[in-house]
Ligand binder design. Structure first.
Ligand code: KIV
Length: 263
C-alpha cells in the first residue's frame, strides 16, 4: 500500500471506492492493521473503555492520547494516523490549537473532533494552520450523558436535517472528513451523496465512503454487550492478522456492514 494521505481518501471518494479504518492504540496492532491494508488508523478515545475499563470515554486525558499516539505512530506503516481530541480538550480556541498541535507533534496526521456546528470556528482555525480535521457527528460518545445513553441519532427528520446542516457548516469551515456514528443508513447515504468530503461511518450503513470499527470489537475481546454495528471477524479467521484482512476485504467489497449491522 502506498502512503495514505488526505488526497488518497479524496480520490477514493471521487472514484466511488470505499476504504477501511480501525482503531489502534499501540505499535504492534497498528503494524498488523496497516499490513492488512487498512487505510486509516484511529487513536480513539475509546481507549478509555477498551484499554482503561471505564464505561465512557470521559476519563481520557490528552496525556493518554499523546502516549498512545506515539506508540501507534511507530507501527502505522503507510496508513493515515487519525487521532481523537479527548473530552474538554477544546474548552477554548487557544487550548484547542495547543492540544491539537501536541497531538500532531506526537505523530497525528489528522485530528478528530466530536461536536456539531459550534465547533466551526475551531475547525476553521485548525485547517488554516494546516491541520486536517475529521468532524465526528451523530452519536458523539463524549456527550453520552446529554444524550441519556448510547442512542441512535437522526431517526426523526428534524434531527436528521440538523445533522446534515451541521455537517455542511463544518465542511464549509474546513473539515476534511466527516465521521458519522449510529445514524439510520438512509442518512449515511444522504451525507455521502451530499457532502464533497469523504464520509466515514460506524453504524451508518454501507452507503458511506469509509467504515470504521473499534479493534476490540473486530477481534471479539470487547467486554459486555457488543454494539449492533460491530462484527467479530476472528470467529472465521485463523488469527488476528487474518481477521483484520477479512474486515478490510469485506469493507472494500461492501460486504460489511450488512443490514443486520445497520439501523
Ligand atoms: O474513539 C473511537 O474509537 C471512535 C470510533 C468509535 C469512531 O471515535
Amino acid at each position: 500500500m502506498k502512503p495514505v494521505t488526505l488526497s488518497t481518501l479524496q480520490a477514493y471518494k471521487r472514484g466511488g471506492e470505499t476504504f477501511s479504518c480501525l482503531t489502534a492504540y499501540d505499535a504492534s496492532f497498528a503494524r498488523m492493521a496497516s499490513d492488512a491494508g487498512i487505510e486509516v488508523l484511529l487513536v480513539g478515545d475509546s481507549l478509555g473503555m477498551v484499554l482503561q475499563g471505564h464505561d465512557s470515554t470521559l476519563a481520557v486525558t490528552l496525556d493518554d492520547i499523546r502516549y498512545h499516539t506515539r506508540c501507534a505512530a511507530q507501527g502505522k506503516g503507510n496508513s493515515l494516523l487519525m487521532v481523537d481530541l479527548p473530552f474538554m480538550s477544546n474548552i477554548s480556541q487557544e487550548r484547542l490549537l495547543q492540544n491539537a498541535g501536541e497531538l500532531m507533534r506526537a505523530g497525528a496526521e489528522m485530528i478528530k473532533i466530536e461536536g456539531e456546528s459550534w465547533m466551526a470556528d475551531g475547525i476553521r482555525e485548525l485547517s488554516r494552520r494546516g491541520v486536517p480535521v475529521c468532524a465526528h457527528l451523530g452519536l458523539t460518545p463524549q456527550a453520552v450523558h446529554q444524550f441519556g445513553g448510547y442512542k441512535i441519532q437522526g431517526r426523526d427528520q428534524e434531527r436528521a436535517d440538523q445533522l446534515l446542516a451541521d455537517a455542511r457548516i463544518l465542511v464549509d469551515a474546513g473539515a476534511s472528513v466527516i465521521l458519522l456514528e449510529c445514524v439510520p443508513a438512509e442518512l449515511g447515504q444522504v451525507m455521502r451523496d451530499t457532502l464533497e468530503v469523504p464520509v466515514i461511518g460506524i453504524g451508518a450503513g454501507v452507503d458511506v465512503d469509509g467504515q470504521i470499527l473499534v479493534m476490540h470489537d473486530v477481534i471479539g475481546v470487547t467486554q459486555g454487550r457488543t454494539p449492533r454495528f460491530a462484527k467479530n471477524f476472528l470467529t472465521d479467521a485463523d488469527d488476528i492478522a487474518s481477521a483484520f484482512r477479512h474486515y478490510h476485504e469485506d469493507v472494500k467489497a461492501r460486504r460489511f456492514p450488512a443490514a443486520e449491522h445497520s439501523f
